[in-house]
Structure formats: structure tokens, C-alpha cells
Ligand binder design. Structure first.
Ligand SMILES: Cc1ncc(COP(=O)(O)O)c(C=O)c1O
Length: 396
């Protein structure tokens, strides 16, 4: 049940905690990365897949062998992780988490029932968590935020947005924060995909009242399996979150690997450069195939097309997993890792598009239709030709 919010001075004052019992559970959000499911469904062995269904860096931080005592001892707070994270994120006001997902689920339980505004489309776990904790959830397009603000207690933004790549100017974010904080509200920024553009992070503004910034080691660092993330916020809120999550939420080996990754400035600089280049290459490859992305960031590109489901299916039948969205019909593609993966993606796109050419693919809203594409202008084709010439391979 939604407890109406009083729009007076301090949101939350005198309100009951968000009711969480006896609610109809909403369907659990779908995610990319379900490669085993895809392998079973399409009858292609795991090793035959290219997984582009997540925005995870395919060349993640190379984790060295974990010393035996790290496996054996209980994790200790004083192991250097906090210091490494404070240095990397630009604020000491942070809490290590078992993935930023831990905070996404817990934070809604730290407020009385209120109105949370979220942008759609975006990573569905946020809306799911706020709804599940009994809050009223409004989902608006990015252009609708200003209009929704007067009724908003908590504004949740993924920055850059997943999957659209939408970004917001710092001044605007600060203005929204000021408004929300003035009424006891929160600006919750999920910066899971921001590591390639650290200058845009709002984490260094913590501990401003009402500001919460979530970070993840799963994307840029490619350590999604380690389950490491951080919440940056005011000390009082971090303390409540810490108490709620309890001790040893992060495994020792995950803490150890995260500390090394956060300290490795040379790898980070090189990775920023590489990801930015690879993301541009992916956008170009898609554009050459008549699929100009509508948005993206350093870790993925997003294409809107009414034939997204056909494209997803056609690629999956060729062992390439993408992330399909239905509203609006669209696909998110992560970055291929090896040169062979890039070539396979381009060849598969060409085949799928050819297969469907006669079934008239309509142009996408961004102007990029699923047409024949332009083989001549496509960099993958020239790359293949160059490397064949280099190998003396005369195959056409
Ligand atoms: C926008 C966004 N935030 C948070 C997460 C969760 O990340 P973590 O691995 O840190 O829990 C994801 C996972 O895909 C995501 O896309």
C-alpha cells in the first residue's frame, strides 16, 4: 500500500516506514549475461558464444593469484580497500558493498514511504527495489524530470544511463540535489558506467546532504564476478546502510582484488583510452550496417529499431548474445574482445541484415535503418582485407 506523501517541509517526518509485507511481488527484472541459458536454448556450446549482452569490459583487470591467507582469514576493514577507493573515487565517505546491487536493494528500506522518480528506460532493478519496499514509483523519460520534481522525494538516475547512455550536466544535477535536499529528499546517482569519464563523477561532492553515489567494479574493471561496489554518501546514512547489511558483506578475495584494481593507475589510464576507442569502433561498425546507435557510452552502444527482436534472434542463432529491450524495441551491445570477435560480429550482422532485407526493415528513429549497410565504408571489412594481405591470404 502506498502511504501518500506530504509535500510539506521535511519528507519522511511523521511518516510510517515503507510497508514491505503482504505485497504482490512484481516480476524480477531480466538481465544480460545469461549465457548458459542461451547455450541451452540455441544449442550452441558455451565456448562458441560471444557475450555482448552486458556492458562488462571484456579485458578486465588481470587479477593476480590470490595469496592463501586471503582465502583463510576473515576479511578485515583495515586492509587498505577503503583508502584505495577513497583515492580513486575522490571521497573518503564511502562504504564497500557486495556489488552496487546491495545498495540498490537496501536503500529503499532506509526511508519512509515516499515518491521515487526514475528515468525510463533504465536498469530495472532500481524501480523494482523501490516498488518492492512499498514506495510510489514514477517512471518518466529523461526530458520529464524537471516536471516530475515537485512531486519527487527521491530522484534515481543512472549516469550515464543504461541502456540509453543519456547524461546530465553537473549544474543541473546540483540544482536537482539542492531542491531535493531542501525537502529531506535524495538524489541517488548510479555511476556504474562512469569510470571512463571520471571527471563527470559526483562522488567527490559527497558528503553533501541528500547525495548518494553508487559505484561498481563490475563494468570498467571487468570484475562483475567479484561482486564489489561502493556507496558514497553522508556518514549517518552510510552507517545505517552498514548496520543493515551487516559484517563481512564482501569476501576477502574480492576485497583484495578490488584494492589492487583501484590502485592500478597505469591500467586504468590505458583502459580508458582503449574502451573509448573500442566504443567508437562499435558505433561505426553498427552505423556501417545501417544501425546507427541512438546512444551509448564507453562500454556499450544502444540501437533502437522496430526489428530489435529479429536482430537479437538472428545474432543469437550465430552465437552472439545481445541484450534485447522491448520498450522501446532496442538492443544494447557490449564491446567485442578479440579481433576475431569483432570480425564475427560484423559478418553476423551482415548475414542477419541480408536475411531480412526483403522483409523490409524500417529505419530506426535515429535514422539508422536495418538496411543493407555500407560494406565499402565499413572499417571491419578494410581491417579484414588489410590483415589478409598481411598474411598473404588471397581469399576474397
Ligand atoms: C546501471 C547498473 N547499476 C548497477 C548494476 C549492478 O552492478 P554490481 O555488479 O555492482 O552489483 C548494474 C548491473 O548490470 C547496472 O547495469
Amino acid at each position: 500500500m502506498f502511504i501518500p506523501n506530504d509535500h510539506g517541509a521535511h519528507v519522511g517526518a511523521g511518516l510510517k516506514p515503507a510497508p514491505t509485507l503482504h505485497r504482490e511481488p512484481s516480476p524480477r527484472p531480466l538481465h544480460g549475461g545469461r549465457l548458459r541459458q542461451a547455450a541451452a536454448r540455441y544449442g550452441i556450446p558455451l565456448a562458441g558464444w560471444i557475450d555482448l549482452s552486458t556492458g562488462i569490459n571484456p579485458q578486465g583487470w588481470p587479477v593476480p593469484p590470490v595469496p592463501p591467507q586471503i582465502w583463510q582469514r576473515l576479511p578485515e576493514e583495515e586492509d587498505g580497500l577503503r583508502e584505495a577507493a577513497a583515492d580513486y573515487y575522490g571521497t573518503p565517505h564511502l562504504l564497500p558493498l557486495a556489488g552496487s546491487q546491495a545498495a540498490i536493494q537496501a536503500l529503499p528500506h532506509l526511508r519512509p514511504a515516499c515518491c521515487a522518480t526514475l528515468v525510463t528506460p533504465s536498469y530495472a532493478e532500481h524501480a523494482h527495489a523501490w516498488r518492492a519496499a512499498g514506495h510510489r514509483v514514477r517512471e518518466v523519460p529523461a526530458e520529464g524530470i524537471e516536471a516530475a520534481l515537485p512531486e519527487t522525494d527521491v530522484l534515481v538516475l543512472i549516469h550515464p544511463n543504461n541502456p540509453t547512455g543519456a547524461r546530465f550536466e553537473r549544474d543541473r544535477l546540483l540544482a536537482w540535489l539542492e531542491w531535493l535536499a531542501g525537502r529531506g529528499g535524495w538524489l541517488l546517482l548510479d555511476e556504474a558506467f562512469l569510470d571512463a569519464a571520471p571527471e563527470s563523477s559526483m562522488a567527490p561532492f559527497c558528503p553533501r546532504p541528500g547525495l548518494i553515489v553508487l559505484r561498481s567494479l563490475g563494468k570498467f574493471f571487468g570484475l562483475a564476478g567479484a561482486r564489489v561496489g561502493f556507496a558514497c554518501a553522508e556518514p549517518g546514512l552510510l552507517d545505517r546502510l552498514d548496520r543493515m547489511l551487516g559484517p563481512w558483506t564482501l569476501a576477502g578475495p574480492a576485497r583484495w582484488a578490488a584494492t589492487g584494481a583501484l590502485q592500478d593507475r597505469a591500467w586504468q589510464a590505458e583502459t580508458r583510452r582503449r574502451l573509448t576507442g573500442d566504443s567508437e569502433r562499435l558505433a561505426h561498425l553498427l552505423t556501417c550496417r545501417g544501425l546507427a546507435p541512438s546512444g551509448g557510452c564507453a562500454l556499450f552502444q544502444w540501437i533502437e529499431t522496430p526489428r530489435a527482436a529479429d536482430l537479437h534472434e538472428g545474432l543469437a542463432r550465430r552465437g552472439i548474445l545481445t541484450r534485447l529491450f522491448t520498450d522501446p524495441p532496442s538492443l544494447r551491445l557490449g564491446l567485442p574482445g578479440s579481433g576475431a570477435d569483432w570480425e564475427r560480429l560484423d559478418a553476423a550482422l551482415k548475414e542477419v541484415i541480408y536475411e531480412h532485407t526483403r522483409s523490409t526493415f524500417a529505419p530506426s528513429p535515429s535514422g539508422g535503418g536495418l538496411g543493407r549497410g555500407n560494406d565499402q565504408a565499413c572499417p571491419e571489412r578494410s581491417r579484414r582485407k588489410r590483415s589478409r594481405r598481411g598474411r598473404g591470404d588471397l581469399a576474397p
